[in-house]
Write a protein that binds this ligand. Structure first.
Ligand code: XMP
Length: 515
């Protein structure tokens, strides 16, 4: 791959839950940044050519046996280093200072008082709120350092060695609770590392197109289009690079939302003129799912069937060498902290496994990007708002929202109910605030009364959650009148439903999807 031509900041990850946030803040400041595991070799660090290095926070204590520490040669490269929380303690410990367990744990808000407003704290007000989350503290600074900020509980809340350009913060500048956090990070990046804000989507597009062209080199590429933002942006970007050497394959598994297939066809064929093979495989999928109630079995069947259908279709296209896939940065970070548990709790079946089965080379043009960057990229490429801001939709589709056996009739009910949920959420102007909102069809019937008649019909559960990354989620406090409209409309308009309930569980301990 051609390297991203931009100045860059390297973040070494010591396992903090906030490491990704540091990278995002730097990128929001228009400087490219990547996360490497803390123990990456010095050669790799040098090969990355960073303008600056940030050591993240982490749950360890530096004096524990086996505590994670970076290669000490990073301090001798002449590249500025900023340590955050654990990263600060690592700097103190490795350069001859002393770290000890604090009498009082400092967790939550504190007031930072700036003692030196040059460099890192340039233009930072004398007093501002910062977010602390640590048990250890610096008792003695390493030689060459001086205090640049303190709080009531930490006499050394921030320290610097200007001559070696080494800086350290006890608090977390990357979280929103630190009022001046972004400015502090920007001071590090712009003032100390001398980076220019050049990383933006337009230059990324130019760079990516060039890189894709070089890699593909006139060969044919296929892409599994799902209609979600990641695969859509991948398709449009690759098409810009190599034109009709790209063919997209869209498999209709019969488990899509209402009118979804038509929308995808319209957008990609009519608006973007991208060669698209639409495969209606719904009968095949539904046949395979007959009588199956176990969630994992459903997922496996759908995943395997998808690969089969896709492979059959792909074989019909001659001389294909590459598969374009919308893998994002959070999936590729080799980090200490981001391999969450969800992958083992539910098997996620999308296109994983395709490249191996089909012996294709992968191109993943989004693998350096975060989701919000992909949405902006989509906008820049002219994709409709509706696609750029679309909520995530699971590979197994409505099958895992149709609890128990999946049938045509149940899917009809679910599709209608789901489209009402989405319509009303959008009308209330809440769509973008939510991570997901959808309907689930429960395998229970309940008694109701409509007119003078007793009814005995299905129950729809409405699920709406807020989340940053899908790893944890909170149920959304939707306004009562919105919930009321959703309930009334579903019961009145969807035949076969006489009750609507709202799911008020968070993740953990529940998951977002019901299966
Ligand atoms: P859970 O239910 O595990 O879901 O809390 C977390 C996020 O992942 C989505 N999800 C999937 N996405 N293929 C996907 O691409 C899948 O098989 C799959 N299963 C769940 C889910 O919608 C939520 O956003």
């Amino acid at each position: 791959m051609v390297e991203i031509q931009s100045q860059r900041i390297l973040i070494l990850d010591f396992g903090s839950q906030y490491t990704q946030l540091i990278a995002r803040r730097i990128r929001e400041s228009k400087v490219y940044s990547e996360i490497f595991p803390f123990n990456v070799s010095i050669e790799k660090i040098q090969a990355f050519h960073p303008e600056g290095i940030i050591l993240s926070g982490g749950p360890s204590s530096v004096y524990d046996p086996g505590a994670p520490l970076p290669d000490r040669r990073i301090f001798e490269l002449g590249i500025p280093v900023l340590g955050i929380c654990y990263g600060m303690q690592a700097i103190a410990h490795m350069l001859g200072g002393r770290v000890a367990r604090a009498q009082k744990h400092e967790y939550g808000r504190a007031e930072l008082i700036v003692d030196d407003n040059k460099g890192l704290f340039k233009d930072i007000p004398q007093r501002s709120k910062v977010w602390m989350s640590h048990a250890d503290r610096i008792e003695e600074m390493p030689p060459g350092f001086h205090v640049i900020g303190h709080t009531e509980n930490s006499s050394i809340a921030a320290m610097a060695d200007d001559s070696r350009r080494l800086y350290a913060l006890q608090f977390h500048p990357e979280v929103v609770h630190t009022e001046q956090g972004i400015r502090i990070l920007q001071n590090f990046v712009y003032e100390i590392c001398q980076c220019k804000p050049l990383w933006e989507m337009r230059s990324f597009i130019e760079w990516a197109i060039k890189a894709i062209r070089e890699e593909v080199n006139g060969k044919k590429v296929i892409c599994a289009l799902s209609g979600g933002v990641d695969s859509s942006v991948t398709a449009v970007l690759v098409h810009r690079a190599i034109g009709d050497n790209l063919t997209c394959i869209f498999v209709d598994n019969g488990l899509l939302r209402k009118a979804e297939a038509e929308k995808v066809k319209k957008t990609f064929q009519e608006n973007f003129h991208i060669p698209l093979k639409y495969v209606d495989a719904s009968k095949r999928f539904l046949k395979k799912l007959e009588g199956v109630t176990d969630p994992e079995e459903k997922r496996k069947i759908i995943g395997n069937e998808f690969i089969k259908v896709f492979e059959e279709e792909a074989k019909k296209i001659k001389d294909v060498e590459f598969l374009a896939q919308g893998t994002l940065y959070p999936d590729v970070i080799e980090s200490v902290s981001f391999k969450g548990p969800s992958a083992v709790i539910k098997s996620h079946h999308n296109v994983g496994g395709l490249p191996e089965v089909m012996k294709l080379k992968l191109i993943e043009p989004l693998r350096e990007l975060f989701k919000d960057e992909v949405r902006r990229l989509g906008q820049e490429l002219g994709l409709p708002e509706e696609i750029c801001w679309r909520h995530p939709f699971p590979g197994p589709g409505l099958a895992i929202r149709c609890i128990g056996e999946v049938t045509e009739d149940k899917l009809r009910i679910l599709r209608e109910a789901d489209s009402i949920v989405l319509e009303e959420v959008k009308r209330a102007g809440l769509y973008r605030e939510l991570w997901q909102a959808f309907a689930v069809l429960l395998p229970v019937k309940s008694v109701g009364v409509m007119g003078d008649e007793r009814t005995y019909e299905n129950v729809i559960a409405v699920r709406a959650v807020t989340s940053l990354d899908g790893m944890t989620a909170d149920w959304a406090r939707l306004p009562y009148d919105l919930l009321e409209r959703i309930s009334l409309r579903i019961i009145n308009e969807v035949s076969g439903v006489n009750r609507v309930v709202y799911d008020i569980s968070s993740k953990p301990p529940s998951t977002i999807e019901w299966e």
